[in-house]
Design a protein around this ligand. Structure first.
Ligand code: BGC
Length: 449
């Protein structure tokens, strides 16, 4: 017997993208260089030597892409603004032509009744600011606040959902400790410094937003797995708690509670990897937000392992099947995480701002993409999200990653996350089966299992 799972009224069904991953047009209309332009052009950094120079050429094809959004039933669309399009040098005089692109895009979305959700920073820092130290330089927080103020002024009341930052964990740790993302640094202490400045810049933007009296909601997007302990032993439980604190609380607690997680703070201090952090900043960082964005892809099991520096916790396989990224498929982790966030942060409103999967899609000779694995992945995650709603979680919407196949950072174009297939040679788009499936869910506001 089929089962119908309904979502709350006005639930916002959407899809997400990010500027560097889809726009291309890397020097068009006065755009400045970003750290991802620089990083992707550095030999050996990106699989196959791919770059975002052309990507999905969305900068020129946006009208067509909005039509596709309509075709697959999107009610909301989350995209990011490329800071170096607006301020080619990161600060100073704005580049009007760059701003005009986003105004045209927003007009197009509104004409099609698609709710725009804007991310101010999805990793493409102006290279000129990196030359001054990037997120390690406290001044960057002020330049970011000036950039945010300008965007608020220009797009103002047209945008109901604002996201200051996408995944500060990734920016700080993959970019500054592991070196696999721009700017490619490998220093844990610097990652914590960058994280502090990212959070501070978030707080400054929220302050400006409130002063501007705009109607929309503002929040920030975090990414994290649910972390299960490998056993009931105290050591494994503590290892799992540390992994949680490392990927989640280090970011969520400052914003939502106004302090760093104490145990991990002491842990890093004892290991001598805590930078000088001005704790007075936490007052700015913890400006009240209207919602939390959650990007969820996978969950993990952690066990105590003293050889794993600095958290002394190692990941253990859950034995699940994996996506093309090698990430384990753990739908119930989404439920568990939502319930935990709801409990730990007082029923805060949450949007899932990203969830999705990469699979090795192919276009059949008849021009179809039969991505059943993606449909299965999404269906299971939507169902778990619904279970969390039934358990009382204040979940307001769900943005699938991603609208289009796109430039998957260090993995280049090899990984396909889209509900729409992109042939990078011809820029031809083909709606995948998952796109049509999504349309049914979004339009009926319910899952039929
Ligand atoms: C990011 C996206 C990315 C996706 C899949 C998230 O970490 O926000 O930009 O493409 O995950 O890796």
């Amino acid at each position: 017997m089929s089962q119908k799972i309904e979502f709350p009224k006005n639930f916002l069904w959407g899809a997400a993208t990010a500027s560097y991953q889809i726009e291309g047009a890397c020097i068009a209309d006065g755009k400045g260089e970003s750290i991802w332009d620089r990083f992707s052009h550095t030999p050996g950094k990106i699989a196959n030597g791919d770059t975002g120079d052309i990507a999905c050429n969305h900068y020129h094809l946006y009208k067509n892409d909005v039509k596709l959004m309509k075709e697959i039933g999107l009610k909301g669309y989350r995209f990011s603004i490329a800071w170096p399009r607006i301020f080619p040098d990161g600060k100073g005089n704005p580049n009007i032509k760059g701003m005009d692109f986003y105004k045209r895009l927003v007009d197009q979305l509104l004409e099609n009744d698609i709710v725009p959700a804007v991310t101010l920073y999805h990793w493409d820092l102006p290279q000129k600011l990196q030359d001054l130290g990037g997120w390690l330089n406290r001044d960057t927080t002020d330049y970011y606040a000036e950039y945010a103020a300008y965007i608020f002024k220009e797009l103002g009341d047209q945008i109901p959902i604002w996201i200051t930052h996408n995944e500060p964990w990734v920016v700080s740790h993959l970019g500054h400790a592991q070196g696999i993302h721009a700017p490619g640094l490998k220093d844990f202490k610097k990652a914590l410094q960058a994280a502090h400045h990212l959070l501070l810049s978030h707080g400054k933007a929220v302050q400006i937003f409130r002063q501007s009296n705009l109607k929309g909601d503002i929040g920030i997007t975090f990414n994290m797995p649910y972390v299960y302990p490998a056993s009931d032993s105290a050591a494994d439980k503590e290892a799992a708690a540390r992994k949680f604190e490392y990927s989640m609380n280090w970011f969520t607690d400052p914003v939502l509670k106004g302090h760093y997680p104490e145990r991990l703070y002491e842990w890093y201090k004892n290991k001598n990897i805590l930078p000088e952090l001005d704790l007075d900043d936490l007052r700015t960082i913890s400006q009240p937000v209207d919602f939390m964005g959650l990007n969820y892809y996978s969950s993990e099991i952690a066990k105590h392992d003293p050889s794993e520096w600095p958290n002394e916790a190692a990941w253990v396989s859950m034995g699940r099947s994996v996506t093309d990224m090698g990430w384990q498929i753990v739908p119930e982790g989404l439920h568990d995480l939502l319930v935990k966030l709801n409990r730990d942060y007082n029923g805060i409103k949450i949007y899932i701002t990203e969830n999705g999967a990469a699979f090795n899609d192919i276009v059949t000779p008849e021009g179809r993409v039969k991505d059943d694995q993606r449909i299965d992945y999404l269906e299971k995650h939507f169902a778990e999200a619904n279970k969390a709603i039934q358990a009382g979680v204040n979940l307001a919407g769900y943005f699938v990653w991603s609208l289009l196949d796109n430039f998957e950072w260090a993995e280049g174009y090899a990984k396909r996350f889209g509900m729409v297939y992109v042939d990078y040679e011809t820029q031809k788009r083909t709606v995948k089966d998952s796109g049509y499936w999504f349309k049914k869910v979004a339009e009926s506001n319910c899952l039929e299992l």
